[in-house]
Design a protein around this ligand. Structure first.
Ligand SMILES: [Zn+2]
Length: 292
C-alpha cells in the first residue's frame, strides 16, 4: 500500500471508529440538578451589546457584534431550545454565533455546547486547563467525573491561556485563568458601551468548592489548593464596573432585576456584593484547608 493510500485507510478507520463510539449519545447530566436552575427565564439587555440569554440560574451571555456573536455558557443539554428561543426573542439569529466560550467545564454550563457548535459551526475556545475534560464530556473531571460523560464532548478549536484576548467585530475579551472549581475555570473581562458611557464588565467564575474530599486527597488534581489560593487572590485585585457570574444566584440577578424591567446596567454595578461573596469563599477555602 502506498503511503497516501495507507493514510486514507487509517483516516477511514478512525472516522468509522469515532462514529461507532458516538460518545455524545451516552452523555447524561446528574439527575440531582436543582429543577429551579433550568427554569425558563426572560432574556434581557444587560449593558450595551451584552445580553442575558440563560435560564433562571444557569447564566448564559450573548455578546453581539457586527461580525457575528459570542455565546458564553449554554446551561444543561435540555436548556438548548430555551437558549435558542431567548436569543431569537431578542431579535438575533442563532446562526450568527461565531465564538463559543465557557466559564467552567461542568455539565450545567457545557450541556448544550456540542449541539450549539454543531448547528452554528461556531469556534469553541476553552481555557487550556479544561481542554481535556471538555473533550471527554466531563469524564476526567476530578470531582464530577466517572465512566459516563455528563455532557456531550466538544473538541476545542482554540486553547486559551491566562491573559489571552478573544476578538470579534470590535470586541475584545480578556480571559482570566481562575482555576480550582475546575482546572480551567476562567473569567472574562471586557468593555461594553452604550450611548451614555463605557462599562468594564467582569463575568466571573466564582471559586466555589465542589469536592467533599480534603485537598490532599485528590490525586487527579494535585495543585488544587494552590490553584484556589491563586484564584482568590487574583480575583480580589480585579477592577470592573459590572459584575456577573456563572450562576445568577451568585451575583443575585433576581434581587437586581425583574423580568420586564427596563434597561438598567447600573443594577449590576456591585463591588460590595462581589467582595462579600469572595470573602465568603475565602472563609470556606480556609476551613477546607484546616480540615473543618
Ligand atoms: Zn461547576
Amino acid at each position: 500500500m502506498s503511503e497516501s493510500a495507507l493514510k486514507r485507510t487509517l483516516l477511514l478507520i478512525s472516522l468509522l471508529f469515532v462514529n461507532f463510539l458516538a460518545p455524545a449519545q451516552n452523555a447524561a447530566a446528574p439527575a440531582d440538578t436543582h429543577p429551579e436552575w433550568s427554569r425558563p427565564y426572560q432574556p434581557f439587555q444587560i449593558a450595551g451589546n451584552l445580553y442575558y440569554v440563560g435560564t433562571y440560574d444557569l447564566a448564559c451571555y450573548l455578546i453581539v457584534t457586527p461580525k457575528g456573536n459570542m455565546l458564553i455558557n449554554t446551561g444543561l443539554a435540555a436548556s438548548f431550545s430555551m437558549i435558542k428561543a431567548n436569543i431569537e426573542a431578542l431579535g438575533f439569529k442563532f446562526a450568527d454565533i461565531k465564538i463559543l466560550l465557557t466559564t467552567q467545564a461542568h455539565y450545567d454550563h457545557m450541556g448544550a455546547m456540542a449541539a450549539v457548535k454543531k448547528l452554528t459551526g461556531a469556534k469553541m475556545m476553552v481555557d487550556e486547563g479544561d481542554a481535556e475534560v471538555v473533550a471527554d464530556g466531563g469524564r476526567s473531571d476530578y470531582a464530577l467525573g466517572g465512566n459516563t460523560s455528563t455532557y456531550a464532548p466538544v473538541k476545542a478549536d482554540r486553547l486559551l491561556h491566562n491573559g489571552d484576548t478573544i476578538k470579534l467585530g470590535g470586541m475584545q475579551l480578556v480571559m482570566l485563568h481562575h482555576p480550582g472549581h475546575t482546572k480551567g475555570s476562567c473569567s472574562f473581562l471586557f468593555d461594553v458601551k452604550d450611548k451614555k458611557r463605557t462599562y468594564r464588565v467582569l463575568i466571573a467564575n466564582m471559586p466555589t468548592i465542589v469536592t467533599d474530599k480534603s485537598f490532599s486527597d485528590i490525586p487527579a488534581y494535585p495543585g488544587i489548593e494552590r490553584d484556589y489560593a491563586y484564584t482568590l487572590d487574583a480575583m480580589k485585585k480585579l477592577s470592573f464596573d459590572i459584575w456577573l457570574a456563572s450562576h445568577s444566584s451568585q451575583f443575585e440577578l433576581h434581587r437586581k432585576h425583574n423580568p420586564g424591567d427596563g434597561y438598567n446596567p447600573d443594577a449590576f454595578i456591585d463591588r460590595k456584593g462581589y467582595d462579600a461573596e469572595l470573602n465568603d469563599l475565602q472563609d470556606q477555602f480556609f476551613k477546607k484547608v484546616k480540615g473543618k
